[in-house]
Design a protein around this ligand. Structure first.
Ligand SMILES: [Zn+2]
Length: 141
């Protein structure tokens, strides 16, 4: 089990597995001005390993907002719940798109907490979704 940072080969495997899309906000790498990160679901600083089962492909904004958190408050129940884990959870179980597909809606306590913590409806993301929708590249299929 590796405590080292992910190797370039592992980073490529993570990106490829995610089809070059942020596993949290669903942003496409090819339309992002910022580099994407190989994110530790269980944070590296908390002992998370650099293995495929603990890594997610993440835009820089989501990774930065998640930081070293693994839990966050559900805004409805005000209870601290685990954040969305792309390795063990299905995105569609915890999130859906708003009717106009511009906003991510949290469907579960984990989904709502993750929308809040990672700020999944940041202004720049919503603007990008609006533009990508015009050219048929949003929402993801
Ligand atoms: Zn993201």
């Amino acid at each position: 089990m590796s405590r080292r940072k992910p190797t370039p080969k592992v980073k490529e495997q993570v990106a490829n597995r995610a089809e070059y899309r942020c596993e949290y906000c669903q942003a496409l790498r090819s339309y992002s001005p910022s580099p994407f990160d190989t994110e530790h679901i269980q944070p590296y600083s908390l002992g998370g390993l650099s293995i495929l089962e603990n890594l997610a492909y993440s835009c820089h904004g989501c990774n930065s907002d998640k930081s070293n958190r693994i839990k966050f408050l559900d805004p409805i129940s005000d209870i601290s719940v685990p954040l969305f884990n792309p390795r063990t959870c299905d995105w569609q179980t915890h999130f859906s798109w708003s009717d106009d597909t511009l906003l991510i809606i949290g469907l579960t306590p984990t989904g709502r907490a993750t929308v809040e913590c990672l700020n999944l409806n940041r202004e720049e993301l919503v603007n990008l979704r609006e533009l990508l929708k015009l050219v048929g590249k949003h929402p993801p299929v």
